[in-house]
Ligand binder design. Structure first.
Ligand SMILES: NC(=O)c1ccc[n+]([C@@H]2O[C@H](COP(=O)([O-])OP(=O)(O)OC[C@H]3O[C@@H](n4cnc5c(N)ncnc54)[C@H](O)[C@@H]3O)[C@@H](O)[C@H]2O)c1
Length: 378
């Protein structure tokens, strides 16, 4: 095993939702060592958390600018190589841009930025930097999602004609009806989240999954949002009709007020020969549907799976693969790219996925605000 990659972390403190997923995932394949961080904008909390998880505090910086400045003073052999951005959305762009401009590899949470314009600026900065840039659309890391992608690529569905992706959550329902509670949530604050809550936070995952598994691109869309209250500026529910070609059509449904739903991401792809159905809450079952045969269920770790899918399983079949493993597969892909090793196509979502995501989010808002009209994507 080559030496571990020196990883920095921005955000993801003890008070965060997603930090633990990144930290565990980065360790699963033994590729990374956390060397520096700004876990929290409050430096006391920042240091306390580093101590709690037993990371030396000499490279726990008071803020992001100091992290870059101080790391750049270190010899290359000690300097952080890649930095993982796990902060609220509005910080992704300034952080990622500065990291790229200073020659670092970047692993960035979604949505990659808060505007499409920022996403394209970042794309240019990335082209100049020539470093690795991964966007953590976590669900692409599941072995059965990778299996679906490989089988579709090999023609298992024939001509695709219908796609359906939904991501239903319910956690905003107990919040949205109370004005005070609503104002305490950054995902409902456009200054911190960007122009969309539901599509920006979870609809973008469903969108990414459709493009990732089919290899097709959404060409145009029509969106209808629900804001629930006149004084709420952020969508908390939305339905999007999509066209991926003249005869390839579908729907993306997102909700944060689907009462009682947890992380109900589900994707179905139908073609002339067969269909696939996969659900995030039961990620070890990929259903193949047919006109003429009984339903088939593919499961991770069996030799009948593609090399790409098998590359993402570590234990024999029957040991469930979960979200930590899915994120670990993205970290694994990024590690191989950082080391310049060969790897599978689709091993991690790229800058292009990040840019497409912002193109999608802005198109949904433009469609809704324009009176539910069809809007072309670039
Ligand atoms: N890939 C996924 O499936 C997935 C799931 C959940 C969240 N996310 C994304 O992850 C990001 C974080 O979401 P979350 O739910 O963990 O948010 P959170 O509010 O729970 O945590 C944010 C963390 O960032 C820290 N932070 C805030 N400002 C900072 C600053 N200036 N410098 C350093 N740290 C700072 C906070 O202290 C906190 O620890 C968001 O962009 C979100 O969209 C992705």
């Amino acid at each position: 095993m080559a030496k571990k990659i020196r990883l920095g972390i921005l955000g993801g403190g003890g008070d965060s939702l997603i930090g633990v997923l990144h930290r565990v995932a980065s360790h699963i394949n033994d590729n990374y060592e956390i060397v520096g961080a700004v876990f929290n904008p409050d430096h006391e909390a920042n240091l306390a958390f580093a101590k709690e998880i037993d990371i030396p505090t000499n490279r726990i910086y008071k803020d992001f600018d100091t992290l870059v400045e101080e790391e750049m003073k270190l010899p290359e052999s000690e300097r952080m190589q890649v930095c993982s951005i796990q902060t609220p959305n509005f910080l992704h762009f300034p952080m990622a841009k500065k990291l790229l401009e200073n020659g670092f590899h970047v692993i960035c949470e979604k949505p990659m930025t808060t505007t499409y314009e920022e996403a394209r600026i970042l794309q240019e900065a990335h082209q100049k930097a020539g470093t690795v840039f991964a966007v953590t659309h976590t669900y692409t890391g599941y072995p059965m999602v990778r299996q679906m992608r490989e089988m579709i690529k090999a023609g298992a569905l024939g001509k695709i004609h219908k796609v359906d992706a939904r991501y239903y959550q319910g956690w905003i329902n107990p919040i949205i009806h109370d004005k005070d509670k609503r104002s305490s949530v950054w995902r409902l604050d456009p200054k911190k989240a960007g122009i969309s809550s539901c599509m920006g936070d979870i609809g973008v995952h469903a969108f990414n999954m459709i493009e990732y598994t089919t290899g097709l691109q959404v060409k145009s869309l029509l969106c209808d949002f629900n804001y629930l209250y006149e004084d709420n500026q952020m969508d908390v529910d939305g339905t999007v009709l999509i066209r991926m070609g003249d005869y390839v059509k579908g729907v993306i449904r997102g909700s944060q007020v689907a009462t009682g739903e947890e992380n109900g991401l589900a994707i179905s792809i139908y073609g002339e020969k067969a269909g696939f159905r996969w659900e995030q809450e039961k990620p070890n079952f990929l259903y193949r549907l047919s006109d003429t045969e009984p339903v088939q269920i593919y499961k991770p770790g069996h030799a009948y799976n593609s090399d790409f899918s098998l590359d993402g399983t570590k234990l024999p079949p029957g040991h469930p693969e979960g979200i930590f493993d899915a994120m670990a597969n993205i970290y694994l892909g990024a590690a191989r790219a950082i080391r310049g090793e060969d790897q599978n196509d689709g091993a991690f979502p790229t800058m292009l996925d990040g840019v497409r995501g912002l193109n999608f989010i802005e198109a949904t808002v433009a469609s809704h605000k324009g009176g539910n009209v069809w809007v072309d994507m670039d």
